[in-house]
Structure formats: structure tokens, C-alpha cells
Design a protein around this ligand. Structure first.
Ligand SMILES: Nc1ncnc2c1ncn2[C@@H]1O[C@H](COP(=O)(O)OP(=O)(O)OP(=O)(O)O)[C@@H](O)[C@H]1O
Length: 304
């Protein structure tokens, strides 16, 4: 990729950090946070409803996967979506992102019906997601994976790209700079030049998150991001999710690990057999008899 201003793209962002004073480091971190969420009001106050499910029912033939489910996600919130296997979490996710059209009911993003849409259209609407099974371009470097993630937002046409118009080159270079900031933000900038397939598993999961953030989503949906993680990696992931929120993003988290869900979310929605059985702050959910019954026989540690 070309740099129109001839600035060196050294691994500098990583090398320099090691020699910084605490004050320089704080300033640098603030710059990285701004690059990750440009122009975004850093907001930890929970705001108005961003996405709403209103009486959503979704049937697969005779099976009702979602049964009149209603809840909202507020701006700036970390919302957990939990429930036993087969409860309808992924289906809910797919209905929210427009992959499935509800049999009845509505999904509203900023008050407007979301409808059914192709994946790239969903990204353009401001919803990004990671997957239970990691989906990266294995032969591309970590940096390239993130640059490709940002492509959904580019304004220049394919023709513009082919003709290497200045506007395209500028966008391309900005995407590389931002991708580098994103890799640092998620803590994997030291492996920016490695092929995704050669990265350790935990790095691949973080790379997926960086790639999703590259689209500057209004809502970031994480589908079991801690799957396969050891306790230390889970701790690190919780820290990252909090950092993402304090950078002004809204997060929806599907996760089986109760300790992680309870430790990081502001609010939790619980599904069982396609129905919402509870909606509240973690302390309420932990004590809720219907939730305890749904997980009966499954201790917090076992649920991981
Ligand atoms: N495309 C589909 N066609 C038919 N049935 C489906 C389809 N997708 C999901 N289901 C069914 O809908 C129900 C809800 O599944 P879903 O995957 O949403 O649950 P889940 O809570 O995400 O489960 P898990 O925790 O195991 O991922 C299940 O009974 C599942 O078999």
C-alpha cells in the first residue's frame, strides 16, 4: 500500500511505547482511543435506545425459536444475552442484524425498522459482529484483515480504486493508520505483519474484534468471544470490552461464561426456549428464581 505523504510505516507504534513516561503513555493512549473512535463522544453515560426488539417471533417451520421477545439496547451499554443451549440467542442476534426476518414483530435501529439485508448492508447501518467460529482471512496479515474490515466505509468507487485516484489513496492510507491504532487498542500491534493464520488463538479473537471496530459500528455484537480462553485471557477480554465501551461504543455480548457476563455487563437479558425470562442488572439476574431454574444443575463455573 502506498503512503501519499511518504511517512514511514514503521512498527514504531509498538517500539515507542516501551520508552514512554507514564504521562507520555497516557497521552499516547488517548490518541489511540481517538483514532479508534474518531469524533466519537467518549460516553460512559447510558443513553437512549439504540436497537429495539418489539414482540419478535421467529419460526423455523414448526419450531418457534423466538417467542414474542422484546427488549432494547441503550447507547453506551454493555448488554449480555444469555440462556441455555438452544435458547435462541444466536437466532436473536441474526434477527437483530437483519440476517433473518422475524415471522412477526419488529427490529428497530434508531427507531427505524431494520428489515432483511445482505451482510455488507448491515455493516453500513452500523452493526458489526464477531462469530462463534473465528472468520479471518488467514493468508492476510493482521493489519490487512483490519484494513479490509474498514473497507465497508470507504466512499470511493471501485473505478476510483482501480485508477488510484488521490481520494482513494488518501482513504487507503488513513485506513492503514487507523488499522494500526486498532491493533494497538486491542493489544496485538506487535504481530501486525504476521499472517492471521499464524497468530495465537487469543490474538485471532482480538483481531476479529479489531476488524469489527474498523467499521466504526454503532453496535458491536460479540458472539461468545471468550470461547476457548483460559482465566487470564478471560480477564484480559473483560478489560478490553470495558475499554471498548469507554471509547463510546455499545456492546452486545453473547457468552456462556457466567463469571465474565456477570463481571462486565450493565444489564442482562435471559432467554429460555425462545422466550425472554428475565431482564435486569447482573445482581438481579443472579438471584432470579426463573434464571436459576433455567440453569438448574449448572453452577457458575460449570456454565463456562
Ligand atoms: N436455521 C435454522 N433452521 C432450523 N432451526 C434452527 C435454525 N437456527 C436455529 N434453529 C433452532 O432454533 C433454536 C434456537 O437456536 P439458537 O442457535 O438460536 O440457540 P442458542 O441459544 O444460540 O444456542 P447455543 O448456545 O447452543 O449457541 C434451536 O432449537 C435450534 O435448533
Amino acid at each position: 500500500m502506498t503512503n501519499p505523504e511518504e511517512e514511514p510505516l514503521e512498527g514504531g507504534i509498538v517500539a515507542e511505547v516501551a520508552h514512554m513516561t507514564a504521562e507520555q503513555r497516557a497521552e499516547h493512549d488517548a490518541e489511540v482511543a481517538e483514532a479508534v473512535a474518531p469524533g466519537r463522544e467518549i460516553q460512559v453515560e447510558i443513553g437512549e435506545t439504540l436497537l429495539e426488539l418489539r414482540d419478535v417471533t421467529l419460526k423455523f417451520g414448526g419450531l418457534t425459536a423466538l417467542d414474542s421477545v422484546s427488549f432494547g439496547i441503550r447507547r453506551g451499554e454493555i448488554l449480555g444475552l444469555i440462556g441455555p443451549n438452544g435458547a435462541g440467542k444466536t437466532t436473536c442476534f441474526n434477527a437483530m442484524t437483519g440476517v433473518y426476518r422475524p415471522t412477526s414483530g419488529k427490529v428497530l435501529l434508531e427507531g427505524k425498522p431494520i428489515g432483511k439485508a445482505a451482510r455488507h448492508k448491515i455493516t453500513q447501518r452500523g452493526i458489526a459482529r464477531t462469530f462463534q467460529n473465528i472468520r479471518l482471512f488467514g493468508e492476510m496479515t493482521a493489519l490487512e484483515n483490519v484494513v479490509v474490515g474498514a473497507d465497508a466505509r470507504h466512499k470511493t468507487s471501485v473505478l476510483g480504486a482501480l485508477m488510484r485516484l488521490p481520494r482513494h489513496q488518501k482513504e487507503e492510507w488513513e485506513a492503514v493508520e487507523r488499522a494500526m491504532a486498532l491493533l494497538e487498542f486491542v493489544g496485538i500491534a506487535d504481530r501486525a505483519a504476521d499472517k492471521a493464520k499464524n497468530l495465537p488463538y487469543g490474538y485471532q479473537r482480538r483481531l476479529e474484534i479489531a476488524r469489527a471496530l474498523a467499521t466504526e459500528p454503532k453496535l458491536l455484537c460479540l458472539d461468545e468471544p471468550a470461547a476457548g480462553f483460559n482465566p487470564a485471557e478471560k480477564e484480559g477480554l473483560m478489560e478490553l470490552i470495558r475499554k471498548i465501551r469507554s471509547d463510546g461504543y455499545t456492546v452486545l455480548l453473547i457468552e456462556h461464561d457466567m463469571r465474565l457476563v456477570m463481571g462486565v455487563t450493565d444489564r442482562i437479558v435471559v432467554l429460555e426456549f425462545g422466550k425472554k425470562i428475565a431482564d435486569g442488572v447482573p445482581a438481579e439476574i443472579r438471584e432470579n428464581p426463573a434464571v436459576i431454574a433455567a440453569y438448574l444443575g449448572v453452577g457458575e463455573d460449570d456454565a463456562a
